[in-house]
Design a protein around this ligand. Sequence first.
Ligand code: PXP
Length: 236
Amino acid sequence: MNIDHFATVRNSRGGDQPDPVLAALIAEQAGADGIVVHLREDRRHIRDRDVYLLKQVITTKLDLEMATHEDIIRIACDLKPEMATLVPEKRQELTTEGGLDVVSNLNNIKEANKRLHDAGIKVSLFIEPSMDQIDASLETDADMIEIHTGVFAEHKTEEGKVEELDKIEAAAKYAHDNHLTVNAGHGLDYNNIKLFRTIHTIDEVSIGHSVVARAMFVGIDQAVREMINLIKHGTQ
Ligand code: PXP
């Protein structure tokens, strides 16, 4: 469960409510298997205080989404989350746009992976469903990939979605066959998540916006439980 947007609401008033750390604890009690936060260079939502507090109080695992900026790598190595997901980051974007170009940034990512590994952190690379990006990810010694599902989620037609899903499934199989753990995320919601139930090579999904949006109407507990039911049983 990605809790960034609880921090977005908190920061909109400059105060300390709602506390994303409390949201994480409620999400865990509702069954979330892990908590994801993106510590952005501009700290637009999650802040340093949040990540250090989360590390202390959550009981599942912390996935720190991050770019390969020097100060963020230093924080990650000090924080030691269970895993880090490397993402591209642009200052002006509303959310992460597209996957990491591992092919073109091989040395930079290799170096970041090594530093994170030395600190005992597992590394996942957020990439498009592309065999070239998977091959490059293998070269960097990454433990996992997270397949970017944004293109799939944004397709307006069923045919377009199915075509993109086929690409995701083939990429997941290729990565899995090459001993990478495969996660997926971005734009997944209460409707499109059902299509993922048949892809058994995907280990975890990372979901934020749709669950936070639903939580505004039904509460965090119910919103998380409904999503988990859809993932596990195909019914809300
Ligand atoms: N995975 C990654 C790498 C992301 O950057 C995001 C967005 O923060 C998500 C998953 C979750 O996406 P969404 O908020 O659309 O569910």
